[in-house]
Design a binder for this molecule. Structure first.
Ligand code: BDP
Length: 734
């Protein structure tokens, strides 16, 4: 009752005076708005206990753990899991305990107690051979040797003996992944009968790359500011850091590069290392290692600062990787870092690219720079991730050819703990590109794949574009490096060239926005990246379905409709922005709307450089009669891309300058096909709006409105793209 009156006072600014009548509260304004709102919500529930409030901010991501409404499944799970037995006492163990108990109790709508001993029939047993006698006894039957450090095993077969469900692994981190997976199976209402599941990641290093600056801004970030509050660290540790780590662990990510590749050297100063160490402490029990982007000029003294990017934090007058003092400086710095962060992952380096300093400033090569850092990191188990995003104009007239020309000759020259990290395509995260030809051409160098989760060129956090179909297209792209079946996936996961270490990175779309990603549907891209990094054989549909069931609702009609909408959204984006292989015709700098006439800048930053529209036709001739970028691919792909008639039409204008009158496979002229594609793209957005509207009564009100508003904007933008581009190209077509 007391609470009731307090809330009434707080929310309405009223109080009962000594006469028992209501009076206006004089000092009510000292309570914050949030306190008053909370009190109001309490009152609503007090009077209308059956009311459900739609206030889903999206903060809980795919871990909402709403009580299941499928009765049959609920009974099945309640029967199987009546208590949880887990003995590990580590920090990770505590996290597992909390996650399973909270998650299962909420999902099953009843308290699931935690026991330290057991099991009995109806127990979920979670353990490694080291921390559970019960699991140890099952060593003959559980395929521990297959699981590695991160894999896990889940079963409900008789193997479990007296228990009903078993999650086993070789490490607590494996158990954490297994626990999240079990929760996922339950959230998606998957039957657990007769489960016998072995799961392990196909790729070792599964990283997010944050392009976060030390001033709190995020390069190409569309979801607020950086999560890292540098001013507050190391004293104050924001609760959100742990939520972030938990979300990443739930999808199997195991590392994060927390600062921008356009790195500020200050990140390596002692004061920042102390802050970074705090983050690492939070992330560690979730299996997440911290990496840092470094500035190659770091050893240089501030005195020698030429501009923001050149100045360092050291006391030297050079950063030449062959100078002994420079090498020594890095060794000492690395030693210092490991004192703060004993499991530090390593350095990500953008060198000699877009104005960033690098070894070439001293007449040295990429391998010289990378190897110097690699040797400093080696004793501690760290790696260097050296980016191949370079496009020096001196190297070749065609930007698409430059990275290959610079890096392929270096194959075999890198230290074993060096990755070369290449973007999926040869230009820059366009809506569609062919695969970067470096993949397959560096068999002796582990290549890390860099994908972009943030939608720099795909409508920022305003457009609904589900990226898993695009990433699957890359994974399945056949490079023919070692004959048919040499897919990009087989290169990245190391099976093709037997790489000793393998890695994948996604440029994060996460920020301080309450829903983390700006667009609610952009959460699906974060989710999909993690799931594919763990297992690239999962289908885009399956991942979408999982995400929808966990984030929106499990009704099959709803799931089908939203899955269909998501799956086609990427192709629609290609169609209304850059169909048939067009690329890089967006607004300068902002990279959002269209600007096909953009011509006044560095040549390879303009639009006209890429589309090459003239009275004869459209597209960049990269065939053997043009720049011969096709020559960088393996046969028979090379010939296929080279031939106007054989080149897949989705890449046509990427590789060919095509006559306006060219007859497409459909029988239409290039112009008519282009026009049709642009119209199909905008029509798809209309259809997404229709689909979404039809689901209004089934979706949380807050999320419905938020997505609806975004879709309305997307529709306007898509029309602008279509009309601007078609009007512009029409000028050339005679
Ligand atoms: C481009 C971005 C730029 C990044 C660069 C990179 O426009 O902001 O710094 O890539 O990847 O896509 O280094």
């Amino acid at each position: 009752m007391m609470t009731f009156f307090f809330c009434l006072r707080l929310s309405l600014g009223l109080r009962l005076n000594s006469y028992g009548t209501l009076a206006i509260e004089g000092n009510i304004m000292r309570f914050g708005f949030t306190a008053r709102l909370t009190a109001l919500i309490f009152l609503v529930f007090y009077f209308f206990p059956n009311v459900t409030l739609s206030l889903d901010s999206g903060y809980d991501l795919w871990m909402k753990y709403n009580k299941l409404d499928n009765e049959a499944r609920l009974q099945e799970y309640r029967q199987l899991i009546r208590n949880i037995v887990i003995t590990t006492e580590s920090k990770t163990g505590q996290i597992i305990r909390h996650e399973l108990q909270q998650g299962l109790s909420a999902l099953l709508g009843q308290n699931i107690p935690m026991w330290k001993s057991g099991p009995t029939d109806g127990s979920l047993v979670v353990g490694t051979p080291d921390n559970s006698q019960f699991i140890k006894k099952l060593s003959q039957i559980i395929p521990f040797s297959q699981l590695g450090r991160e894999g896990f095993f889940i079963t409900t077969r008789e193997i479990a003996d007296t228990a009903s469900v078993v999650i086993a692994a070789n490490s607590d981190i494996g158990l954490l992944y297994g626990s999240f997976h079990l929760l996922r199976l339950i959230q998606t209402e998957t039957s657990l009968h007769d489960i016998y599941l072995v799961s392990l990641p196909r790729i070792h290093y599964r990283l997010l790359n944050h392009w976060d600056n030390l001033d709190g801004s995020v390069e190409r970030g569309y979801a607020g500011n950086s999560l890292w509050k540098w001013d507050e660290l190391p004293e104050k540790v924001d609760a959100r850091y742990e939520d972030y780590a938990r979300a990443n662990a739930s999808i199997g990510l195991n590392g994060t590069v927390i600062n921008n590749v356009n790195a500020n050297p200050a990140i390596l100063k002692k004061e920042y290392l102390e802050k970074v160490a705090k983050l690492a402490d939070v992330f560690r029990p979730y299996g997440i290692r911290v990496f840092l982007s470094i500035n190659f000029s770091s050893p240089i003294s501030e005195k020698f600062t030429l501009n923001r990017r050149r100045g360092g934090i050291g006391n030297l007058d050079t950063a030449d990787p062959l100078v002994p003092e420079v090498r020594e400086w890095w060794k000492e710095k690395v030693k210092e870092i490991y004192q703060y962060i004993p499991d530090f992952g390593g350095f990500l380096v953008k060198a000699n690219s877009e104005g960033m300093p690098g070894p070439q400033d001293y007449g040295r090569g990429h391998a010289d720079g990378a190897n110097m850092l690699a040797k400093a990191l080696e004793p501690f188990g760290g790696v260097v991730i050296w980016r191949a995003f370079v496009y020096d104009q001196e190297v070749d007239e065609d930007r698409a050819k430059r990275a290959y020309k610079e890096f392929v000759p270096l194959d075999g020259q890198f230290h074993p703990n060096v990755f070369v990290q290449a973007k999926n395509g040869p230009i820059d995260f366009q809506s569609r590109e062919p695969v970067q030809p470096l993949f397959g051409a560096m068999p002796k160098t582990p290549l890390m794949l860099e994908l972009q989760i943030t939608q720099e060129y795909l409508g920022h956090s305003t457009h609904l574009v589900y990226l898993a179909p695009m990433w699957k297209e890359y994974f399945e792209f056949d490079t023919f490096a070692r004959g048919e079946g040499s897919t990009l996936a087989s290169i990245v996961d190391g099976t093709l060239h037997r790489y000793a270490m393998t890695g994948i990175a996604g440029v994060a779309n996460i920020g301080s926005d309450p829903n983390w990603c700006g667009h609610f549907f952009a959460q699906a891209n974060w989710y999909a990246f993690g799931r594919l990094a763990w297992d690239h054989t999962l289908s885009a549909e399956q991942i979408a379905e999982e995400w929808i069931k966990m984030s929106i609702g499990g009704d099959s009609n709803l799931v089908n409709k939203i899955t269909t909408m998501m799956i086609g959204s990427r192709e629609a984006c290609v169609d209304y922005m850059t169909p048939l292989g067009l690329h890089h015709i967006m607004q300068a700098n902002f990279h959002y709307g269209p600007q096909p006439d953009f011509a006044r800048s560095r040549r390879d930053w303009t639009s006209v450089y890429y589309h090459r529209a003239d009275s004869a036709g459209l597209g960049y001739d990269r065939s053997s009669t043009g720049s011969n970028a096709t020559g960088q691919y393996f046969s028979p792909l090379r010939e296929q891309l080279d031939g106007l008639a054989t080149c897949p039409e989705k890449y046509l204008l990427w590789f060919h300058h095509v006559s306006w009158r060219h007859k497409m496979q459909s029988g239409r002229s290039l112009w008519d096909e282009l026009s049709l594609k642009y119209h199909e793209g905008t029509k798809y957005v209309d259809e997404m709006i229709e689909t979404w509207s039809s689901l209004e009564s089934e979706v949380d009100e807050g999320i419905f409105k938020h997505v609806n508003e975004k879709l309305q904007q997307q529709q306007k933008d898509a029309i602008i793209w279509r009309d601007t581009c078609l009007n512009y190209f029409a000028r050339f077509r005679k």
